[in-house]
Design a binder for this molecule. Structure first.
Ligand code: 3UK
Length: 548
C-alpha cells in the first residue's frame, strides 16, 4: 500500500476491517492505476497540460467555463481551503448547494487539496444535516449563501462544525471573494490512489444514513468501467441531467464522466422536467442522466421542445418499466439506457451498451465487474431463478464505522438488497427490492412488475404497488395510481385497470385494491418511497385510522 497523504487519518482509521471489505477487482488493463493518484490531476489538469484548456467544460445559464477556467477556479478555491481555512489532507469538508458551477469547482478543489468531500442534498434540514456532520466529524462547510440557515441551525446541534463559508452573495468573507484574492496556481496534493476522497451518505428509509467511503481511484474506475465500456462518451458530447451531485449518480453523470473524456457538462440548478427539456435545447445536450419518473414526466411535455441533439439517455435509481422505454423510443427514437447503480458501489455496475439494450432488462454486467444471483446461503442459483444480486469489481462498499458493513458485504461480494434473475443470455432482470416482495395468498409478487403493467395503460401517469394487510390473504396487492387526468377517477376505471393487468400478467398478480391519488411519495433521488406507501396501506386498512 502506498503511503497515505492524509495528515488527518480519520477516514482511514474508520474503514471497515480488511476481512469485512469487499474483494476489489482490477483485471481490466484500464483499471490498473498508479499507487499515487489525485483524481483531479487526471480529470482536469491533464487537459490543460495537453493544450486543450480552451475547450468548453462547464456550461450553465449564468456561466460558461473552459477547462482552463475551471482549473483556475479550482486552484483558487484550493488555496483558500489550505490557506485561510486550514484544511489539511484527510480533513472533511461539507458541501451544501443545488447543482451549480461553483459546486463543481468547490468539489474538485477539496479533492485536489487532499480533502474529503461530504456533499449533502440541498433539501436536507438542520436535523438531517447534523447527523453526517457528527458521523464524518466535519469541521468546515462551504454553502450556497441562500441555504445557510439550516446549516447554521445544524451547527447548534453538532459543535464539530466550526466554520461555514458561504458563496454567491459577494460578501467580504464569501468564498468567491476569498478565491478572487487567492493564487490561480495550486499543486495537487499527492494522494495515494486509495486515500478516501468522498463520503456519500445513503438515504435509507429505516435507520440512520450510512456513510459510504470512496477513494481517489474509484472516481476514475467508474469512468473507465461503466463510462468507457458501456456509455462510451466522446469529447464533443454535452452532458446534462437532474441528479444532485450529492447523489453519486449525478456526480458520475455530470462531472466525472464528462471530464474523463474532455467533454462538456451543462449544470442546471433547477432540473425539473421543464427545466431539463429547456436545458437540452439550450445547450444542445447529447447525453442525459435522470430517473425513470423524470423520463415519464418529460414525455408529456416533449411538444415544443427540441431534444434532437440527444444521442444517449441514461436511466437509473429505480427500475425502468418497459412502457416508459417504449414511449420514450416512440417519441424520440432513442432507446433508454437502464443501469443499476448504488451509493455503496459509487455508480452503475449492470447496464448494456446502446446496441445491446433490451427493454425490460437492466442489462449485462459492466466489464470490470462480476455479478451473480445467489440464494439465502450465498450459492449461485441457476439462470432464470430469482435470488439476491451480488456484485464485485473495482469499487465497493466501505461504510464509515458502521456495523451494517456485515450485511452489505458477504464473502467479499456486495449484496445490494435487490431481487434479480439472470436470463439465458446473461441479462439481469430486476424483480424488486428483496424485502419488498409481496406475499399474497401464498404467492410471491414483485410490486414493480404490477407497476410496469399498470404504466402501460394510457390513463396511468405514475403508480406504486405494495402489499396491504388483509385478514384472509395475509396481504393483498394494492395500487396507488396517479392518473394523467385526475378527473377520470371512477370505480369503472379502477375495474378497467384491474382487467388490464389480468390480461397482461398472471391474473393472481392483479391489484385487488386501487386508490387514486394526486401524487406519490418520492425521495430526492427519484425513488418511490414504498415504506411510506405501505404505511399508507396499513392506515387505509385500519377502520380506526381511516379518514374521509
Ligand atoms: C435501486 C435500481 C432497478 C436498487 C444509484 C446509479 O440509485 C442509486 O443509488 P442508491 O444508493 O440506490 C441503490 C438501489 O436503487 N436501483 C438503482 N438503479 C436501479 N433498481 N433498476 C435500476 N436501474 O434497489 C439499488 O440497490 O440511491 C444509481 C448510479 C449511482 C447511484 N448511487
Amino acid at each position: 500500500m502506498a503511503h497515505s497523504a492524509h495528515v488527518d487519518t480519520f477516514t482511514r482509521d474508520n474503514l471497515p476491517p480488511p476481512e469485512l471489505q469487499p474483494t476489489f477487482l482490477f483485471d481490466l488493463p484500464e483499471l490498473r492505476y498508479p499507487e499515487r493518484l489525485n483524481a483531479v490531476t487526471e480529470l482536469l489538469d491533464r487537459w490543460v497540460a495537453a493544450g486543450r484548456g480552451d475547450r468548453p467544460c462547464i456550461l450553465s445559464p449564468g456561466v460558461s467555463w473552459t477547462y482552463a477556467e475551471l482549473g483556475e477556479q479550482v486552484n483558487r478555491i484550493a488555496n483558500v481551503l489550505v490557506g485561510e481555512l486550514g484544511l489539511v489532507p484527510g480533513g472533511r469538508v461539507l458541501l451544501r448547494s443545488a447543482n451549480s458551477p461553483m459546486l463543481v469547482a468547490a468539489y474538485l478543489a477539496i479533492l485536489k487539496a487532499g480533502g474529503v468531500v461530504v456533499a449533502t442534498m440541498p433539501l436536507l434540514r438542520a436535523r438531517e444535516l447534523a447527523y453526517p456532520i457528527q458521523k464524518a466529524r466535519v469541521s468546515l462547510a462551504l454553502c450556497d449563501a441562500r441555504l445557510t440557515a439550516d446549516l447554521e441551525a445544524a451547527r447548534a446541534l453538532s459543535p464539530d462544525l466550526t466554520r461555514i463559508v458561504p458563496w454567491g452573495d459577494g460578501a467580504p468573507g464569501s468564498l468567491e471573494t476569498l478565491a478572487a484574492a487567492a493564487s490561480p496556481d495550486f499543486e495537487a496534493v499527492d494522494t495515494a490512489a486509495d486515500d478516501v476522497a468522498l463520503i456519500s451518505f445513503t438515504s435509507g428509509t429505516t435507520g440512520q444514513p450510512k456513510g459510504t467511503m470512496h477513494v481517489h481511484r474509484d472516481l476514475l474506475a467508474i469512468c473507465d468501467a461503466y463510462g468507457r465500456q458501456v456509455l462510451k462518451p466522446r469529447e464533443d458530447d454535452v452532458f446534462i441531467g437532474s441528479p444532485p451531485l450529492a447523489f453519486t449518480f449525478g456526480l458520475g453523470g455530470l462531472v466525472l464522466f464528462p471530464l474523463r473524456v474532455g467533454a462538456a457538462s451543462a449544470i442546471l440548478e433547477r432540473a425539473g422536467p421543464d427545466d431539463l427539456l429547456a436545458g437540452v435545447a439550450r445547450f444542445q445536450a447529447t447525453i442525459c442522466f435522470t430517473a425513470p419518473t423524470a423520463y415519464r414526466a418529460m414525455l408529456g411535455k416533449l411538444a415544443g421542445h427540441d431534444v434532437s441533439s440527444l444521442r444517449r439517455c441514461v436511466s437509473a435509481g429505480e427500475a425502468l418499466p418497459p412502457a416508459t422505454f417504449e414511449a420514450w423510443r416512440a417519441a424520440t427514437g432513442l432507446a433508454l439506457m437502464d443501469g443499476i447503480g448504488a451509493t455503496e458501489m459509487l455508480h452503475i455496475f449492470i447496464a448494456a451498451p446502446y446496441e445491446k439494450v433490451r427493454p425490460g432488462a437492466t442489462g449485462l454486467v459492466v466489464p470490470g465487474y462480476e455479478a451473480k444471483v445467489i440464494d439465502a446461503q450465498g450459492r449461485e442459483v441457476p439462470r432464470g431463478t430469482v435470488g439476491r444480486l451480488a456484485v464485485r469489481g473495482p469499487t465497493g462498499c466501505r461504510y464509515l464505522a458502521d456495523e451494517r458493513q456485515r450485511h452489505y458485504v458477504e464473502n467479499g461480494w456486495n449484496v445490494t438488497g435487490d431481487a434479480y434473475l439472470q436470463d439465458e443470455d446473461g441479462y439481469f432482470r430486476y424483480q424488486a427490492r428483496s424485502d419488498d416482495m409481496i406475499v399474497s395468498a401464498g404467492y410471491n409478487i414483485a410490486g414493480p412488475e404490477v407497476e410496469a403493467s399498470l404504466l402501460a395503460h394510457p390513463a396511468v401517469a405514475e403508480c406504486g404497488v405494495v402489499g396491504a394487510p388483509d385478514d384472509e390473504r395475509g396481504s393483498i396487492i394494492k395500487a396507488y395510481v396517479v392518473l394523467r387526468d385526475p378527473a377520470a377517477a371512477s370505480p369503472a376505471l379502477a375495474q378497467e385497470l384491474q382487467e388490464f393487468v389480468k390480461a397482461d400478467i398472471a391474473p393472481y398478480k392483479y391489484p385487488r385494491a386501487i386508490a387514486f391519488v394526486a401524487q406519490l411519495p418520492r425521495t430526492e433521488t427519484g425513488k418511490l418511497q414504498r415504506f411510506a406507501l405501505r404505511q399508507q396501506a396499513m392506515a387505509d386498512a385500519d377502520p380506526l385510522l381511516r379518514s374521509a
